[in-house]
Design a protein. Sequence first.
Length: 346
Amino acid sequence: MDHDVVIGIDPHKNSWFAAVVDARHQLLGQLRGSANRAGYRELQRLARRWPNIHWAIEGCNGLGRPLTQRLIADQITPVDVPSKLSSRIRQLTTGHGRKTDQVDAYSVAVAALTGADRPHHQDEQAETLRLLSEHRDELVRRRTQVINRLHVLLSQLLDGGAPASLTADQAARLLGRIRRPQGTQATRRALAADLVAEIRHLDKKITAAEKQISDALSESETSLLQLPGCGPILTARIIGRVGSLARFPNADHFASYCGTAPLEVSSGDVTRHRLSRAGDRQLNHALHLIALSQIRFHSPARAYYHRKRAAGKGHREAMRCLKRRLATVIYRHLAADQPPDTHPTA
């Protein structure tokens, strides 16, 4: 990144620490400000001391999101520096494991100066789908926790417990078989009844969240819904996690972000590839679910999977190949949904 001066921000819940660094990696100034409007004005006063200053934030979509939103509202596009990159630069710069807010902010600025040129792109539609998708996933996790607690109580109340796939109505019918419990059994039954009511409440909230997701997707008119195995829930997760497609120069970069591009492991004349553990694991999981569905119900994907198996690959290797191809297909769908003047370079 060809910048003269960069202000690097190490964000926290209640504060922001800023370090101003020039092209020679010299520290020009630093400031700790509160994560509020007054702290933002202090950061702006610090930044105005250098013309053409550029902003870099560690995790624009994490703890740095409030500051990122303020900057975008003021027509300033910050650079998004991944925490792993700033951590590596900190270790190389300091030569040891010392970690302070000043060192972190300095590392963020140096990362931006040395090539982490990833401007944060705002996509309101993707942000909406991300929030709705994460809300729905959180409700499902809470429901699973309640179901597990209910299974424990039912195993203590009934011989054989309850079936694995338990619904609120099934649990209510099972509780109805228990007549006049005494002592601790009566307490267990009362607690189980409360859990059944909580499951019903969560079921209604999950249904409402899925309705919100469907309505938001109908407004987006995304072609991703045409992909076999990619229903509204997975479509919302993919669009929400991807954000702006302008972040990815081509389909290969997108596949790497999804964690579906194998990593080359070469030594001498030997070239091998191994599984990538990097990338967004939520996106990777979404592609895995689509691949499982396509193997069962989509003839072209099933034929591709069996060709890989016939070539000597195991189930997991064949699935990785299918997920890699799915990443390219999804990238093309997302690119086709973009306005003509914002198509990423293919």
